[in-house]
Structure formats: C-alpha cells, structure tokens
Design a binder for this molecule. Structure first.
Ligand code: DX5
Ligand code: ZN
Length: 228
C-alpha cells in the first residue's frame, strides 16, 4: 500500500493560515486533513467551509475533510464547493444503515471520495456493511474533538481487522489513523495495516515539519503489514 501523510490543519497557527498551508505543502504533505467540528457531535468547535475554501485557494493538495458533525449529509454541496476531495463521516450520526449508504452514495455522486470513521468504542465489524462503497476507513486513535491527545494502542487490533477484511474482499482501500500520531506509533499502526497518517501536533508543531513527516513516512513504509 502507498503510505501517505495528511497533516491536520487543526494544529497549525491560524493567525498565519496561508503561510502554514504553504509550509505543509513544502514539507511534502500528501493530503491536508481538515477537521470540521460542530460543538454537538464532539465537545469542541473548529472551522467550516469558508476556511476550507481559503485553504483550497493556496494548495493543490487533496483536502481530506473529517466531518465531526451531526448532520454531514446536509453539507455535501457546500463541501464540494469548498474544494473537498475526500469526505469522512462518522457511523454514529443517528442514521440507519440504509441512510448511511445513501450518504456515501451522495458523496460519490458529487465526485468526492467517501470514508467512514469509527470512534474508539466501535469495533471493526461496524464498518463492514459499508466496505464496498468506502474509499477509506478512518480509525480514531483518540476520542475525537481535540488535537494533542495520546495515541491509544488498543486500536491496533481494530486496524488489522479492517485491513484483513479489505484484503479478503480484494479491496485496496486506504486505512487512515487519526489522533496522537508520531513516527513511533505510525510504525505500529502501519504494521497492523494502516497506510494514511493524520499528523497534527507532531507535524505542524515539530521543529522541522519536513523532517517530522519524512520520519512518519519512513517508519510506516518499513513496518507496513508486518503484524498482519
Ligand atoms: C481530533 C482530530 C484530529 C487531530 C489530530 O479529533 O480528528 O485530526 O487534529 O491531531 P493530533 O495529531 O495532535 O492528535
Ligand atoms: Zn481528524
């Protein structure tokens, strides 16, 4: 699997957003992870479509938008217009399985990639009914809502379970991890089958962002699949 990094804009210096996006670009980021929080789905608020649109004007990198919101399905046109390339919804937004399928279909209908995220309490099996339609599964390695938290090693088996299921289905899908990622635990997550690494604090707040991202990538490339 191709190993990718997706620095989380939430950890940048918002007073200098344009410079920060250019810095992430120059540091070799593969994607940019944009965390949208509504203060209801998670106990925090972040930024919305105008910010995503602004980011999109200064970068050609794919925008990976993590919707930590209660009704992401109401904002698919707004996401598309803002320049989102990948839209991640959570499974626990009060919709039936059928309705969730519909949201994923509607994301694709707008020409965006669709991903589903699981909070730590949801087992791998939760996402299995959606695997056919998903371009990516996001496994949270912290409780969503805040940057700067500690990676939860308990999530490793879940990563492996999703990767094994994807392999069984012959699906070359991306598995993303998000929360407290650094080079050391990226190696662990990669060994269990993750290939896309959201890096917030450990990238934007590192002394040298390029070195930090290169370290994550190299560690993950070396370890990928070893514990599968
Ligand atoms: C947390 C967000 C993360 C966060 C990651 O709810 O989904 O994307 O910004 O930041 P770090 O890497 O600092 O945990
Ligand atoms: Zn996120």
């Amino acid at each position: 699997m191709k190993i990718l990094t997706s620095p989380s804009v939430l950890a940048c210096d918002f007073l200098h957003l344009e410079d920060e996006i250019r810095r992430a670009d120059a540091a070799g980021s593969d994607w940019l992870h944009c965390d949208v929080m509504d203060g209801m789905f998670v106990p925090n608020m972040s930024f919305g479509f105008d910010t995503i649109r602004a980011i999109n004007t200064v970068s050609d990198l794919p925008l990976d938008v993590h919707m930590m919101t209660c009704v992401p399905q109401n904002y698919l046109d707004a996401l598309k217009a803002a320049g989102a390339d990948i839209v991640t919804i959570h499974n626990d937004i009060g919709l039936s399985e059928e309705e969730l399928h519909e949201v994923l279909k509607n994301i694709h209908a707008r020409g965006m990639k669709a991903a589903m995220s699981l909070k730590p309490k949801f087992p791998a099996e939760t996402v299995f009914p959606f695997m056919d339609e998903l371009d990516m599964v996001l496994i949270m390695t912290v409780e969503p809502g805040f940057g700067g938290q500690k990676f939860m090693p308990d999530m490793l088996d879940k990563i492996a379970n999703v990767r094994r299921k994807a392999n069984e289905l012959g699906k070359d899908m991306d598995i993303q991890v998000d929360g407290g990622i650094n080079a050391a635990n990226a190696a662990l997550a990669a060994a269990y089958g993750a290939n896309v690494f959201v890096v917030g604090t450990a990238s934007f707040r590192a002394p040298d962002m390029k070195v930090a991202l290169d370290d994550v990538k190299k560690a993950a490339e070396e370890a990928y699949g070893k514990n599968l």
